[in-house]
Design a protein around this ligand. Sequence first.
Ligand SMILES: [Zn+2]
Length: 181
Amino acid sequence: MLVLHLLLLFGSTHTYAVFLAYVLAIYCVDNSNTQARNTAKIINSCIHHFVLCLMENPQTSMLWDAPCISRLCRLSLAQCQSFDMCQYNTRWRKSTKVISWHCGHELDLQRKCQGRNGMCSLTHKPHIVLTGPSNVPGMLWTSLAQVYPDALARKLANKLIDASYAGRRTFLGSPVSKRLK
Ligand SMILES: [Zn+2]
């Protein structure tokens, strides 16, 4: 489970000449209720301090149904975006939902695969089913699929930068100033 609750931009040697640095809160706890409560605490804190905040999870994740999370998702400032990862150039479909707070309508992540019978409308290849070991030794497909595709990471970063320009505050108290190319 992943909560992306802060996005900052720094110069670096990354492919896009800038590096997207973000704080990830990954809770490796056994108790899903504890996981949900900890996640809700972080989101609450971001909301209270006007920090741009995103939560991403698979569309069918039970986390969305946890009362402490669903309550935050129903807030008027919360924005819901749904998309398929394959539309950002992965070989798997992985239907995904993002809820954002303090990000306005700028995210615009909606992209759904129109393919049928397991075929992808973008790549015109069969979707990879995320079960079992991947073609990378020692890695499961589900583990590989946790990594954001470059196109999605770039779009998220740029949209959050746009949102910060729209008058919202970042962790540093001023908008970040450089877009990814
Ligand atoms: Zn697809």
